[in-house]
Design a protein around this ligand. Structure first.
Ligand code: NDP
Length: 247
């Protein structure tokens, strides 16, 4: 796997699964632009970790749910890095509640970041990839988008939406040498899941055939494959990375 002289944009690359993906691609030579919205120190430290791997790295404040802001940042990355070869749509949030207690804001916020954010990033890089006649787009869905989950109707809808979006854009761009795929992680140990009650974590772990919680690196390995030259004939695919949880 060799990503030398390639630039990858990783949304939500400041921590968790996004940072692991950024590191895996950087270890194999890719220059990295990470997009995030939170603590500037976290962004700085992610940038420093990536630079230690000997690649060019930059961090950009960018709310992916904002159409204009994400366009501006994509244009900035193209001008500062000389182009984009790989787009990783990984930014995501949760607002878990039963529909009984879920208000409109909880629903809209999750759809805006998790689904519209993916559309925004694909929309703003689409012509760039078309002209290049090459490229890789990988988005982070979830097994919850495949099988649903009580208390996550908004999140599951956003993650199922990513799958429909991925398959449609894969059909649109296949003739241009651009592959468009998704990964569907199961239960992965990150800040997102550390917030779950201990009892829920234990019961989830007990249901995983592999008998362990996944790591961000497990997801990064699958994403790196989809970004590689070796995956040139794989498009419109959703790879579960879940230790068998959703078999
Ligand atoms: P984290 O909560 O650890 O990280 C989320 C990342 O998304 C952070 O970098 C965060 O930036 C960024 N982000 C959030 N909102 C925005 C926004 N509006 N614009 C740009 N960036 C944003 O999550 P994980 O690493 O666990 O999850 C990463 C992805 O994987 C998500 O899409 C999630 O839904 C998905 N996933 C996770 C699973 C798990 O078990 N952990 C399972 C299945 C899927 P900042 O640091 O600035 O807040």
């Amino acid at each position: 796997m060799n990503f030398e002289n390639k630039t990858a944009v990783v949304t939500g690359g400041s921590r968790g699964i996004g940072l692991a993906i950024a590191k895996k691609l950087a270890e194999n030579g890719a220059n990295i632009a990470i997009l995030f919205v939170g603590d500037p120190e976290e962004g700085d430290s992610a940038k420093a970790e990536l630079e230690k791997l000997g690649v060019k790295a930059e961090r950009y404040f960018c709310d992916v749910s904002d159409f204009e802001e994400s366009k501006k940042v994509v244009d900035e990355v193209i001008s500062e890095f000389g182009g984009i070869d790989i787009l990783i749509n990984n930014a995501g949030i949760t607002r878990d509640k039963l529909v009984l207690n879920m208000d409109e804001k909880d629903f809209d916020a999750v759809i805006d970041v998790n689904l519209k954010g993916v559309f925004n990033m694909i929309k703003h890089t689409y012509k760039h990839f078309m002209k290049k006649r090459a490229g890789r787009i990988v988005s982070t869905s979830s097994i919850v988008g495949l099988v649903g989950n009580a208390g996550q109707a908004n999140y599951a809808a956003s993650k199922a939406g990513i799958i429909g979006l991925t398959k449609s854009v894969a059909r649109e761009l296949a003739g241009r040498g651009v592959t468009v795929n998704a990964v569907a992680p199961g239960y992965i140990g990150t800040d997102m899941t550390s917030a779950l009650p201990e009892k829920v974590k234990e019961s989830m772990k007990a249901q995983i055939p592999a008998k362990r919680i996944g790591t961000p690196e497990d997801v990064a390995n699958a994403v790196a494959f989809l970004c590689s030259d070796e995956a040139a004939y794989v498009t419109g695919e959703v790879i579960r990375v879940d230790g068998g949880l959703a078999i």
